[in-house]
Structures are given as C-alpha cells and as structure tokens.
Design a protein around this ligand. Structure first.
Ligand code: ADP
Ligand code: MG
Length: 511
C-alpha cells in the first residue's frame, strides 16, 4: 500500500479531525483532560472529558504478523498461568533480581506471609496483554512479530481499543471514500476487535467460578483503582460490559487503593471472605468475588507500610485476584528475559516443562516471538551484556529495563553506559538488557488534544488474553484470546505509553 494513508488536503484533514473528535466524545473514546488541555484546578467538579489521542487512519499492519500474535496468545496464557504456579521458579527470579529492588522484595514478602498461613483462594484470574513490534531482518525473510513485553497486571486500553476499531470502521464507511477514491467504501481489511467485551467476560467467568457467596451477602466485583485516574473511561467500558449481562447481576464498585482498609474487612472465621461496604451504601455489605487491579503495579501506590498491609489484606482474602502476587511477579521483565535466554535458566527445557501439553509447532511459534534479552549479572550471558551496555557504540541497539510497569522507566541506547555508572554494580542484576526492535517505517497523522501531528510512526500491537486457573489443582478452566490493541507513537519517541502522553490509539488495516 504505497499510497496509504493517502495524501489529503488541509481542509480534508481538518474535516476528518472534526468527525473523529465528535465520534470519540459521543462514544466515550475519551480520557480526563491532561494539564496540557486544561489548567490545574479549572475543573473542580471533575465533569470534563476529552478525546483520547488517535490516528486519523488505521495503520497498515502485516496480516501474517497479526495472525501470528493471535495464534500464539492462548499458548502465552497457558505459559504464564503455569509460571504463576511455579513458586520455586519465581523465588529464584526474585533472588536473581536481588534485594536492591525494594518493590519486588516487598511484594515477595507479602506472598511469603500469606503462604505461611495458607492461601484460602486457589483460583486466579489473568487478564493479560502480550505486546509486539514488527521485525524485518536484513536477510530478506518476511516480517515477524517480536515481543516487547508481557503484561500480567493492569493491562490497559482494552476498553478504548475496541472503540478505536469502531471509530476507524466508521470513518472507512463514511469519510475515507469521499476524500480518497482509492479507499472505496469498506475496502480496508479491518479485523474485528472485541477487547472490551472479551476482557469483561474474563472477569465474569471468574465471578461465576468463585461460586456462591458463603456469607449472607451478595457478591460483587471490585475494580481497585488509582486516585485521580485520567484513563477512567477505559475501565468504565469494561464495567458497563460486565453489567450488561442479562442473565447475571454483577455489582461493580471502584475502590481507590488508598482506601482498601477503610472500606473492606475479612469475614470472621477461617473463610477469610473479603467484605466490602460501599461508602455511599452504609446499610449494604458485599462479598468480593473478584478484585481487578488497575493499581498496585508500581511503587507509587505503596507510599508507606500501611499500603503494604492493604495489599497483604487483599492477598490473604478469599477474593479471586487479578492478579495474585505470584502472577504479578511472573510478569516481570526478568522472567521474560529468562524465558528468552534459556542457557541462563536453571532448567534449559523450561518452556517444554510449562507447555508439555502443547504441540511442538505451537511451542516454536511462541519461541519465534522472542528477541534477544540478556541478564546483567555475572553469568556468561550477563558478562557479554555488560560489555554491550557499558560501550557507547554497542549500546545503541539496546534498551535497559528495570522491573517496573507503566511506562517511563526504561533507559535507551547511548544513555545506558552513563546511567549504569550512576548505580552500584551490585544493583545491575535488577535490570535486563534487550535488543531494540526496529519496525518498518509507517506514516500516519495523530490527532492529539485537537492538534494534528503528521509523520513517521511506530506501531506496537498488543493481543489480549483471559485465563482462569487453579494454583493447587494446576488446571486451567478458561483460556481465551480476546481482541487487540494497536498503539502508535511518533518515530522520534522511545516510549509508547498512551496514558503517559507519548503514544496514541490506533487500529490495524491488514496488508
Ligand atoms: P512498560 O512496562 O513500562 O510498558 P515496556 O517494556 O513495554 O515497559 O517498554 C515501554 C516502551 O518502550 C514500549 O511500549 C516500546 O515503545 C519501547 N520498547 C520497549 N522495549 C523495546 C524494544 N525491545 N524495542 C523497541 N522498543 C521498545
Ligand atoms: Mg509496555
């Protein structure tokens, strides 16, 4: 598609921007306005919303790559469910990350405390997202996706992503054909995207799988959120989808992480049911069947010991956690590195062990999504990585990552050697070094805060998966692939986070 997206006039572009903006507002493809849009304190009643940044056209994405991501998702779900069940392996990962990472150490301590008294809930819910970029190697073989990271906690944008696909579908049937003869009505190959409904149905399945309430209270789902969340409508779409079941009433409440102790307690007795009393309904108490965490993934949510006690309180409860601490740790970059660097792992056939029921072809399909990732320890692979990471020339092809989520934490390219000088060598093993994936150039126009940014862009595909398993019985009762996310950023930016202000929402037209 050499002429795609088409060159259009300034007035055509302005028209598209106008239509996209109104569609976004009308359909909740929105966020709370950032400071760039509205001055601090200018919306004291918190009544405003603004369109999320989007591309004016769906970006072209290789069909084989898209299908590759879809095909491998259920195997990835199974892999991460299995890793979550392997406590010894995760204990080794925590040890390798080392005590210099206080956040991971504290998480692990919470797990150990609960383990000591015994978990009362063995079921676990994963709402996962596996992120990829297209890699085209110089040898001329076809394009392939390579995994950027695998998210096991607060995998976001599923609520807005299906909406973005709808926006582009709408534009392709109404606007594009008018301005560009080459894009006749509905001729773009726009894959269906059920991310919002799909993620919600994962939560719904967990709600059912919790079983009947064993206190006298109705069951509910709690979304554990951050104060002042700007990306709230992304979460709201999941909430509305959950509540739209006609055969099942699922009360959903939003609980700020900072208010866990204030509004929840454990039932008396050995069952440790989590009881939630909504602040606005003091006569009501609910038994929490599922805790869906859209917070708690980074140190910022744990300012003091009380916050860690709150996480412990949830972890020891009977609610099904999305995710449990073990699953959260399974999602660290360290685990991803060990999977991708088999010679450094204690068991060379680690993937075969976790995926013994998978065919060898689905196993090799999974392995083909790995790119080179190195530890920064004193193993053979680690020493090689240290050579690269301390060399201003060699480090240009790499990104250095700590064990953090949520964007803005990585160190890129030539900045790596100088950064490493600022931290003691004993702390280096808490980082991993990853080869940069350099996708083929694509161009598009981003509509951000009412302004258009035209130019080269880089696209990152996320595939969502839902999984429910039993930690003790080691069985998986639910495993689905549910929709996708395409995030796009200007090619001058290293980070791609939409909420962090670097990237924008997009959808795929398959080529
Ligand atoms: P986080 O957990 O903060 O989201 P990521 O590993 O997803 O961390 O990195 C953040 C962003 O950095 C990605 O969305 C992507 O834009 C960029 N990035 C990360 N790893 C790579 C890589 N190997 N190649 C190219 N870009 C990368
Ligand atoms: Mg990421």
């Amino acid at each position: 598609m050499a002429d795609y997206p088409p060159g259009i006039t300034a007035s055509e572009e302005a028209r598209l921007a106008e239509v996209a903006k109104d569609w976004a507002l009308a359909h909740g493809l929105t966020v709370r306005p950032p400071l760039a849009v509205i001055a601090a304190g200018a919306d004291p009643q918190n009544i405003l919303a603004t369109p999320v940044p989007v591309t004016l056209f769906p970006s072209p994405f290789p069909k084989v790559c898209f299908q590759q991501g879809i095909a491998v998702q259920k195997v990835y779900n199974q892999l991460y469910a299995s890793i979550s069940q392997d406590e010894d392996f995760l204990a080794r990962m925590v040890e390798e990350i080392g005590g210099s990472d206080d956040f991971i150490s504290e998480l692990w301590k919470v797990h150990l405390r609960v383990k000591k008294e015994g978990y009362v809930q063995h079921k676990s819910l994963g709402l996962f997202r596996s992120d990829y970029m297209v890699h085209q190697d110089s040898k001329g073989s076809g394009p392939q996706i390579k995994q950027v990271e695998f998210n096991t906690i607060a995998s976001s944008f599923g609520g807005l992503s299906s909406q973005t696909s709808q926006l582009h579908k709408y534009l392709s049937s109404t606007e594009y054909p008018l301005i560009e003869k080459l894009i006749q009505r509905n001729t773009l190959d726009l894959p269906p995207n059920n991310s919002a409904a799909g993620l919600a149905s994962g939560i719904r399945e967990a709600f059912i799988s919790y079983g009947a309430s064993s206190t006298s209270h109705d069951k509910c789902v709690v979304f554990l959120v951050q104060d002042g969340e700007r990306n709230i409508f992304d979460q709201k779409h999941l909430e509305y989808s959950l509540q739209s079941s006609t055969d099942l009433v699922i009360p959903v409440f939003r609980l700020p992480f900072s208010e866990i102790q204030q509004h929840t307690r454990l039932a008396d007795g050995a069952g440790r049911q989590l009881l939630y009393k909504p602040p606005h309904l003091q006569a009501h108490t609910f038994e929490v069947a599922v805790i869906y965490m859209r917070s708690g993934y980074g140190p910022g949510d744990y300012p003091d010991a009380r916050a860690w006690e709150a996480r412990y309180h949830l972890e020891r409860s009977a609610a099904i956690k999305c995710p449990s601490i073990l699953t959260q740790i399974a999602g660290t970059k360290k685990v991803q590195q060990v999977l991708a660097t088999p010679e450094t792992s204690p068991n060379p056939s680690i993937l075969g062990r976790y995926l013994s029921s998978s065919s060898s072809s689905s196993l090799s399909a999974l392995v083909s999504t790995f790119t080179n990732i190195y530890p920064l320890d004193t193993s053979e692979a680690g020493l090689k990585a240290r050579e690269i990471a301390t060399d201003p020339e060699l480090s240009k092809g790499y990104v250095l990552k700590p064990q953090r989520e949520g964007g803005g934490n990585n160190i890129y390219r030539a900045a790596i050697p100088a950064f490493l000088k600022t931290i003691p060598e004993a702390h280096w093993p808490s980082y991993i070094l990853m080869e940069l994936i350099t996708p083929p150039p694509v161009s598009n126009t981003i509509l951000r805060n009412g302004k258009l940014e035209q130019g080269g862009v880089i696209c990152e595909l996320g595939i969502y998966g839902t999984c429910i398993w039993d930690q003790e019985a080691k069985t998986i009762s639910h495993n689905e692939q549910v929709g996708y996310l395409l995030r796009t950023k200007g090619d001058q930016s290293e980070e791609g986070g939409v909420a962090a202000g670097f990237g924008c929402m997009d959808s795929c037209t398959l080529v």
